[in-house]
Design a protein around this ligand. Structure first.
Ligand code: KG4
Ligand code: ZN
Length: 351
């Protein structure tokens, strides 16, 4: 029997056991879910190695994935107390991300699915970030508004149902995470920038009036003006020999970068008459932003679904969660699925 025939004959279950695999950047991650219940999540990161170079070096990331993927999957299965033969599908990130890094996870997932004769599901990494909220709150059902803020994307999305989305607004230039990383570099903070800005900001006050965002209506974002304002502020102070508080710069930047995210998300929910905001992506791990979102949602009578911090940054639980959506929609990949460096936001699922 061919692989395709075995997949066709595999029973479709209501609450399948899915192995998720993620290797798009510097985290090698594996997780197991049963339905919407998370059974295990393992993340092996090469971030400490990458920090020596000030950012992710693709070649180092690929090699680190090759070394870590076997251990990540074995640990995820062991912690979930699941044997490979109990798996119903393998979901893997096929893009967007670093090609060499993606290919490690993708090739591993294909081999695993092929050997077990179970469906392979290709997951768009960003859809994964958006799906993390489904594991946080098992009762979450569309429609709702999703605030997505990662290293490459910033958007307010109307999640109509499990597979249909309307991009209400997105960034016109830098993504929020990118802005955090660039501001961190200006302040001489090591990679990864976001968490380090958050830490420094705790010692400062948001007293510098950095521009929040362009004044245009709608739900779009723009971070290049804010980034330039931070660069100019620091350079001008340095050139004129004036001392300044790096912690105040961090706090003021964080305040400007985060308030617009929270404001746009709440405004979008009101416009759609939605009663819930769900969030995802690395920047949503920011404590200041989480508090702000909680405060603004409470003020507007909105329910907020915030994944735990470790499920906002890259992980495989979210890939398994999106895998479940694709499984239920019957979207399976074949063994020719290739890695994709870029996937436009709003693109309909592959396969
Ligand atoms: O979602 P993610 O882990 O990877 C992408 O898919 O891009 O997001 C990474 C981004 C980085 O820019 C990182 O600086 C930012 O998320 N980030 C944070 C925090 N943790 C990660 N930004 C602000 N505060 C944080 N605590
Ligand atoms: Zn990510």
């Amino acid at each position: 029997m061919t692989y395709a025939e075995r997949v066709q004959r595999a029973p479709i279950k209501e609450d399948p056991v899915i192995l998720g695999i993620e290797s798009s950047c510097d985290e090698t991650a594996a997780a197991v879910i049963r339905g919407r219940t998370l059974l295990s999540s393992v993340i092996l990161s090469s971030a400490a190695e990458q920090a020596k170079y000030g950012g992710v070096v693709p070649e180092i990331a690929s090699r680190a994935h090759t070394e870590a993927i076997g251990e990540a999957v074995e640990r995820a299965l062991r912690e979930a107390d699941i044997a490979p033969c109990q798996l119903d599908a393998v979901a893997v990130t096929y893009g967007a991300g670093l090609l060499g890094a993606l290919l490690v996870g993708l090739s591993f997932a294909k081999a695993y699915a092929f050997a077990l004769g179970i469906p392979l599901i290709g997951v768009d990494h960003i859809r994964g970030h958006m799906a993390a909220a489904y594991l946080t709150d098992a009762s979450l059902e569309p429609p709702f508004v999703t605030l997505l803020a990662s290293g490459g994307h910033t958007a307010v999305i109307y999640t109509k149902n499990y597979t249909e989305f309307e991009i209400m607004g997105s960034t016109r230039d830098d993504a929020a995470g990118e802005a955090f990383d660039k501001a961190a570099r200006v302040l001489g903070l090591p990679y990864p920038g976001g968490p380090n800005i958050e830490k420094l900001a705790k010692e400062g006050r948001a007293v510098i009036p950095f521009p929040k965002m362009f004044a245009g209506g709608g739900y779009d974002f723009s971070y290049s003006g804010l980034k330039t304002a931070v660069i100019n502020y620091c350079h001008n102070k340095a050139q004129s020999g004036e001392s300044y508080s790096r912690a105040d710069v961090a706090a003021s930047f964080q305040n400007a970068a985060c308030s617009v995210l929270a404001e746009r998300a709440v405004a979008a929910a009101k416009a759609k008459g939605a009663d819930t905001i769900a969030a995802g992506g690395g920047v949503i791990a920011n404590g200041f932003l989480r508090d702000l979102l909680a405060e603004k949602c409470a003020g507007a009578g909105l329910r907020l679904v915030l994944p735990e911090k470790k499920y906002c940054t890259d992980n495989a639980a979210m890939i398994a969660a999106e895998g479940l959506i694709q499984y239920r929609a019957g979207h399976f990949a074949d063994l020719s699925l290739n890695a994709c460096a870029h996937i436009p936001l709003g693109k309909k699922g592959k396969q």
